[in-house]
Design a protein around this ligand. Structure first.
Ligand SMILES: CSCCC(=O)C(=O)COP(=O)(O)O
Ligand SMILES: [Mg+2]
Length: 241
């Protein structure tokens, strides 16, 4: 059976648009350094207090919330209250210019070309929606947030669950088969494929991605474009990559 033409691209961030090293060596240490002062200043703000309560519920018996948050960061655990708090803490870093969202150089030109061609773009990441908007809004390639028609985090469900992708397709009022999901993680691609999406694994050598024998692969976004009939990135005169 021939696949439907792709009308929307749904992309993961870490390991797909952006280096895993950027998340682990820049974003996480920034949050770690700022954590104690942030909790002291904002621990009673309603959103932060709710995250701290959720952290206590999920922490080990007797473990202080700050210790649990630090342990989860070391484990790169995708736990809701941690991801929400990280997004709030990173805001200062992005707004002050101390942090800029990393994107592999092939990503922005393709996102712009796909958007220009009428392909709708969406993000689905374990990072909070607020953090996703910061990363693309304050990226090394400029403000790309406006290229996206929507952002999804694990409020819609876990990234390894087919139901999450079905819910996203339903929310977008689009047949799942027209949506192309991009990720570095085979289990996420399994779940998206089970929900009927087309999928492609980004296998970026710099990230040490483990290639999955179960899914089509590409080394970068132009490779995705070639494989799925999406427009190639052309750079109009005067437009930066
Ligand atoms: C702006 S999101 C920062 C990255 C992050 O915290 C994360 O957990 C990314 O996970 P992904 O689902 O994009 O692999
Ligand atoms: Mg990823």
């Amino acid at each position: 059976m021939t696949a439907a033409p792709v009308s929307a691209v749904l992309t993961d961030i870490e390991g797909t648009t952006s280096a895993i090293a950027f998340v682990k060596e820049t974003l996480f240490p920034f949050a770690e350094r700022a954590l104690d002062a942030f909790l002291l200043a904002h621990g009673t703000d309603p959103e932060v207090a709710a995250c701290l309560e959720a952290t206590r519920q999920a922490a080990r018996p007797g473990e202080e919330p700050a210790a649990a948050l630090r342990r989860w960061m070391a484990e790169d655990a995708k736990i809701g209250p941690l991801k929400t708090l990280q997004g709030v803490i990173w805001r200062d870093g992005f707004l002050s210019g101390e942090v800029r969202g990393h994107l592999w150089p092939d990503v922005a030109p393709c996102l712009r070309a796909w958007s220009r061609a009428g392909i709708s773009l969406y993000v689905y990441s374990s990072g909070s929606v607020a953090a996703q908007k910061l990363l693309f809004g304050y990226s090394v390639a400029g403000d790309l947030a406006g290229l996206f028609s929507g952002f999804f985090d694990t409020a819609v469900g876990g990234k390894r669950e087919a139901a999450s992708y079905a819910a996203i397709a339903q929310g977008l009022h689009r047949p799942a088969g027209e949506i192309l999901f991009l990720s570095d993680v085979a289990e996420e691609l399994d779940a998206a494929a089970a929900a009927g999406m087309q999928v492609c694994q980004l296998v970026r050598p710099q990230d040490g991605t483990e290639p999955s024998p179960r899914h089509p692969q590409a080394a970068d976004f132009p490779g995705v474009a070639a494989r799925f009939g999406l427009p190639a990135a052309t750079r109009p005169a005067g437009e930066a990559a």
